[in-house]
Ligand binder design. Structure first.
Ligand SMILES: N[C@@H](CCC(=O)N[C@@H](CS)C(=O)NCC(=O)O)C(=O)O
Length: 218
């Protein structure tokens, strides 16, 4: 590898956080480039050449541009198979399950989360609809119980960290962020016990602090 990977992220983006955890897990050299959401950073011709969809995360790896967080994880694993720790289990069926769980999180948990957040952080002139939020919280609790059932070992897909853990953690951390910014919704209380213990395991990773959204620290 000649140059470090350029890693374009937005502070607090769950998709970017997932990639950041994976870069660290694989011990890859990278330069983190923070992109602001509100000052045109994503709209510049230079960034549009990296990601024509003008979203983060994105990578530039020695002239190779890549975006879409799940595809980025696959790229890193294939391109740097021997670096750091693997993103997916070696056993074919365990690997399939880990990938499926990561896909389920994106397909099922992400939209449920989004609905609640859209209501809580809606337009300034609109009071959040309590009923919509309660319905959303029920759906979120049900989804979290499914994931709780996966945790028969230490991690989301077995006894080792995988891309499924990196996919999930940012969503749950965001629930805590909402509780801090908009007290009263008690979203973290919906996280069942095994998942809560799992969150502490992720937070104990040696590189965790490095990946923590910078603007959440202030
Ligand atoms: N499916 C994409 C989603 C990426 C995405 O939606 N990123 C958001 C931040 S969380 C973004 O960059 N939005 C651009 C904007 O808000 O202008 C992925 O997994 O990478």
């Amino acid at each position: 590898m000649s140059n470090p990977i350029s890693f374009y992220f937005g502070s607090g983006s769950p998709y970017a956080w997932k990639v950041w955890l994976a870069l660290e897990h694989k011990k890859l050299p990278y330069e983190a480039k923070r992109m602001a959401f509100d000052n045109g950073d994503l709209k510049t011709p230079a960034f549009t050449a990296v990601n024509p969809r003008q979203k983060v995360p994105a990578l530039m790896d020695n002239g190779f541009a890549m975006y879409e967080s799940s595809a980025i994880l696959e790229y890193l694993e294939d391109r740097y198979a021997d670096s750091g720790e693997p993103i997916w289990p070696k056993d074919v069926q365990a690997r399939a399950i880990a990938r499926r769980r990561a896909a389920e999180i994106v397909a099922e948990l992400d939209p449920v989360n989004d609905k609640i957040l859209a209501e809580i952080f809606g337009p300034a002139d609109k009071v959040p609809n309590v009923e919509t939020i309660e319905v959303g919280k029920k759906a979120l609790a049900a989804e979290l119980m499914i994931i709780e059932g996966w945790l028969d070992k230490d991690f989301v897909a077995g006894d080792k960290l995988s891309g499924a853990d990196f996919t999930l953690y940012p969503y749950l951390a965001f629930l805590g962020r909402v509780d801090t910014r908009k007290p009263g919704y008690h979203l973290l209380k919906l996280v069942p016990p095994k998942l809560t213990a799992w969150m502490r395991r992720i937070e104990a990773l040696p590189y965790f602090e490095k990946t923590y959204p910078p603007h959440w620290k202030t």
